[in-house]
Design a protein around this ligand. Structure first.
Ligand SMILES: N[C@@H](CCC[C@H](N)C(=O)O)C(=O)O
Length: 270
């Protein structure tokens, strides 16, 4: 079977997007299709597969699969990408509301290939988790911004071995059974943070992780290291912005703004 797809990149986190409003792909095939299409050597290649589906209550529904085929409730860069995709294929207007498995999101297309997401509230905040891995001590703050994130502050963003420690923390029993994404954060001047993320389901460092950028900005705010709106520079060099409100560690009004670009469209055999 041949299907149409679009390839989008959102701050270097890249995705295959498919319009599945007519159920051309059935849910039982999502996992194997994600593994197949995300393969960078034998297929299109991406960090994740995103399906745009019909919703009975909102403009559409987003289904997200990591490149290893695992399902994730949400993806911040994927959320901006599906908003841009929906707008381009006429599934939504400039302002839209869509469902994810983590909650409802209001999105807006901004000139310059950028998208703003107004998200549900994060949950499961856990502060100051102390771990020691191979003699290295880590002080971790955890938050679920749609998917789980362990946030670690570093003095120099170039220093941490993101693969080694990211993977060890992702698999640590502290975060079992779901595991976690792991964000390394360096606050710099001008209310800016630099973020690198080890992504669960990609099992490596990606050029950006939207939910990780949100988690990093919120924890920076809670620690007094930055103030909303926080400017963020992703690993790939793109600029994003995160705003939020905090009241006694209750976080609300989370907004993520950043790029989402259609790099190409095509037809693939599945
Ligand atoms: N890249 C995404 C997060 C995708 C899901 C994540 N890998 C997980 O399994 O938790 C983002 O931009 O938020």
């Amino acid at each position: 079977m041949q299907i149409n797809f679009s390839k989008l990149t959102a701050a270097g986190n890249d995705f295959v997007l498919i319009d599945n409003r007519e159920n051309i792909i059935s849910a039982k095939d999502y996992q194997s299709l994600a593994v197949k299409l995300c393969d960078r050597k034998y297929s299109i290649g991406a960090d994740g597969l995103i399906l745009l589906e019909k919703s009975s209550s909102h403009d559409f529904k987003m289904k997200y699969l990591n490149s290893d085929g695992s399902h994730a409730s949400m993806c911040g860069n994927g959320g901006r990408s599906i908003a841009m995709f929906a707008y381009e294929i006429g599934a939504a207007k400039e302002k839209m509301i869509f469902e994810t498995d983590a909650g409802i999101i209001a999105a807006g297309i901004i000139p310059g290939s950028r998208v703003k997401l107004d998200l549900y509230n994060p949950k499961d905040l856990r502060r100051n988790i102390k771990l020691e891995i191979e003699g290295e001590k880590f002080d971790i703050d955890f938050i679920d911004t749609g998917v789980p994130h362990a946030v670690i502050f570093v003095d120099d963003i170039e220093k941490p071995d993101v693969f080694k420690y990211g993977r060890a923390i992702r698999l640590h029993k502290e975060f079992a059974p779901a595991g976690t994404n792991v964000d390394f954060v360096q606050p710099t001047k001008d209310n800016t943070i630099l973020v690198r993320t080890y992504e669960r389901g990609v099992e490596g460092e990606t050029l950006a992780c939207g939910t990780g950028i949100i988690a990093s900005a919120i924890i920076s705010g809670l620690k007094g290291l930055a103030e909303s709106p926080v400017k963020v520079i992703a690993r790939g060099g793109d600029n994003l912005s995160v705003s939020f409100k905090t009241e006694a560690e209750k976080i609300t009004n989370v907004i993520l703004e950043g790029p989402a670009i259609i790099s190409f469209t095509g037809v693939v055999n599945i």
